[in-house]
Design a protein around this ligand. Structure first.
Ligand SMILES: N[C@@H](CCC(=O)N[C@@H](CS)C(=O)NCC(=O)O)C(=O)O
Length: 327
């Protein structure tokens, strides 16, 4: 694991010391938007028009942020419009790697060995972390965005000319509610599990742990009253939470020490996770082998033996009880 400094790869773990043992996530740096007509989006520059065959997403099956983009591509039926390829689950001294054709993780665009080579193709002097997901523009030969929260909104609304799926996961009338729940879920849950797992002081771990389980208790309450996070409409807020819930019992409980309760101990969160998993197409985006292997094998300082646990049983296909909320 490492980062690029002025375009050169440096093998270095997160520096938590300057924050009292806390893990502080860096902001993504490529923040342009693909738009239906090529106009500039909320930030960044214009000129990235939605076109079939033009864009490619590099993702990791393991990564909850990248997983969101894979789910949106599936839900919006954009498989023929936007190509994708996974990186290898092991992220070691060279960061995210590509494998070979046989295991399906080669770089189909440039045959690179490492994802950092894709970053320096876009910016030869890039300084920062090399993260997935990345959406690449074949036409302008650059990275449009490496921020999953932005990418899922592009997929949700900007490729409507190339899909027959009208479902809007970020409808205007619900945006305020979605943004507000996203904010809480991002800090306390999505990033919260990382703040537990990557903490290097007891106090930093406990602070993140308290916030995480306070949020999960609140979400459990909320989902005992309503089907989805924002009432009875399935929105991007649910998909953003789902990718963390899915990884919670198989990885975070053990590897990140988020062990007050499992998702299996929260009846509403458990059934909600099952419902989302069972939405047509979603199960195909889930690769539990990559998920477990990545975390347990890549973080040698957290799990020095690199042994990947065999369990637990998840039963994601079991019937859920969320229909109790429909009219
Ligand atoms: N804000 C980014 C975060 C992406 C992210 O941190 N991805 C992780 C994998 S789960 C990564 O690539 N980490 C590599 C690193 O930090 O060096 C997003 O949501 O797109």
């Amino acid at each position: 694991m490492g980062l690029l400094v002025e375009g050169k790869w440096v093998d270095q773990w997160y520096d938590t010391e300057k924050h009292g043992g806390r893990f502080v996530r860096e902001s993504a740096q490529f923040r342009n938007w693909i738009t239906a007509d090529g106009s500039a989006g909320p930030n960044g520059e214009g000129g990235f028009e939605a076109e079939p065959g033009r864009y490619h997403i590099y993702f990791s099956y393991a990564c909850p942020w990248a997983h969101r983009t894979l789910i949106f591509r599936k839900l919006k039926r954009l498989e023929e419009v936007i190509s994708v390829s996974p990186v290898d689950p092991d992220m070691l001294e060279n960061g995210w790697e590509f494998g070979d054709q046989a295991d399906g993780t080669a770089d189909p665009l440039f045959g690179s060995n490492f994802l950092h080579q894709v970053y320096t193709r876009a910016d030869a002097h890039y300084t920062g972390r090399v993260t997935v997901p990345v959406i690449w523009d074949r036409k302008r030969e650059t990275i449009v965005s490496n921020e999953s929260a932005d990418i899922i909104r592009m997929l949700n609304s900007e490729f409507q000319a190339f899909t027959d799926v009208d479902t809007d996961y970020y409808p205007k009338e619900l945006r305020e509610d979605i943004d507000s729940i996203n904010e809480m879920v991002y800090h306390q849950v999505n990033n919260g599990v990382y703040r537990c797992g990557f903490a290097t002081s007891q106090a930093a771990y406990e602070e993140a742990f308290e916030a995480l389980f306070q949020a999960l208790d609140e979400l459990e309450q909320r989902l005992s009253r309503q089907r989805y996070l924002v009432g009875d409409t399935l929105t991007e807020a649910d998909w953003r939470l789902f990718t963390t819930l899915l990884r919670f019992d198989p990885v975070y409980v053990g590897h990140f020490k988020t062990n007050l309760r499992r998702i299996a101990d929260y009846p509403n969160l458990l059934n909600y996770t099952r419902e989302l998993y069972q939405v047509p197409g979603v199960a195909e985006t889930v690769n539990l082998r990559h998920i477990k292997r990545h975390y347990y094998y890549s973080h040698g300082n957290i799990n020095p033996t690199r042994i990947v646990p065999r369990g637990p049983v998840l039963n994601l296909d079991d019937p859920h009880d969320r229909d109790r909320f429909s009219n």
